[in-house]
Design a protein around this ligand. Structure first.
Ligand code: HPA
Length: 295
């Protein structure tokens, strides 16, 4: 069940190690270097995976369980475009009552597994008036409007994977890798569609925003608003994992659209773009393996 008691850093590290060992055992000989986290309504992307191995989160020690409709709660491993990938079908959010450490627990497991690239997807409200429902937007940068940073507390250098990672203070100038964004644009063009771009702002939810909040966020420089991704990006960068963020614009943000918002609308819009996202990832995965890892 969700709880908000902070984990102590030493036992947290051991919990991550236990969950990681369980995932590794289930993967057998498959050694993915690329992971994809699927947001609300985007879970069917996992159906494009070849030779899938499903690993329910409920079989993993200490792994947080999603309570949200549309988030199914399992890893699906296999190949995409011939490349081994590890997909997370479902994630947990702060608004479910999970602590920042729990929200980012899966990211720590990905780091411990040796994942080098993570693609974070989400459903987002479009603040930028140029956006249309169903647009896929590459996240260029983020604004953390959550009431925490997941790294608050003692630093755990053992989460680092080189002398440049696992640091107390680290750079976030290019949190969302430019070279990954370039490859994503290339893969989309090969599939015959284009991706837009924007700055993602994370709020807690679970209520959607008021029109006044959306006007304020626009003034702050946000193009997209959602309830996830930012804690995962911060923790991924702490470990030196390169991040590609993709928002599906499932609705126009409050006050921009004249209609009222609902989870069903978000879910349905996500479902409609899943096939495009699956095609994008199938093109993109082979391009990612050609990259040299960055520190
Ligand atoms: N606001 C916050 N989160 C969201 C939205 C929204 O409008 N749409 C999808 N996730």
């Amino acid at each position: 069940m969700p709880h908000t008691t902070p984990d102590t850093s030493s036992s947290y590290f051991d919990q991550v190690a236990l969950a990681t060992a369980a995932v590794r055992a289930a993967l057998g000989t498959l050694q993915p270097k690329v992971a994809i986290v699927l947001g609300s309504g985007l879970g069917a992307v996992a159906e494009s995976v070849q030779a899938p191995i499903a690993i329910p989160y409920s079989t993993l020690p200490h792994f947080p369980q999603s309570t949200v409709q549309g988030h199914s709660g399992r890893f699906v491993a296999g190949t995409l475009g011939g490349v081994p990938v590890l997909i997370m079908q479902g994630r947990v959010h702060f608004y479910e009552g999970y602590s920042p450490a729990q929200v980012t627990f899966p990211m720590r497991v990905l780091g411990a597994l040796g994942i080098q690239t993570v693609i974070l997807t989400n459903a987002a409200g479009g603040i930028n008036p140029a956006y249309r429902i169903g647009d896929l937007a590459l996240i260029t940068d983020h604004i953390n409007a959550l009431p925490f940073n997941p790294l608050i507390g003692p630093n755990e250098p053992r989460f680092g994977r080189s002398e440049h990672t696992g640091l107390r203070f680290f750079d976030m100038t290019e949190a969302y890798s430019l070279r990954l964004r370039t490859l994503a644009h290339q893969a989309a063009a090969e599939e015959g569609f284009s991706l837009t771009e924007g700055v993602y702002l994370a709020t807690t939810g679970p209520s959607f925003e008021t029109p006044a909040e959306i006007r304020a966020f626009r003034t702050l420089g946000a193009d997209l608003v959602g309830m996830s991704t930012v804690p995962e990006t911060i923790v991924a960068r702490h470990m030196g994992i390169q991040v590609l963020g993709i928002s599906c614009v499932t609705n126009l943000a409050a006050g921009i659209s004249q209609t009222h918002l609902s989870h069903e609308e978000v879910f349905e819009a996500g479902s409609r773009v899943q096939h495009r996202l699956a095609a994008l990832f199938t093109r993109l995965a082979p391009l990612l393996t050609a990259l040299e890892p960055q520190p």
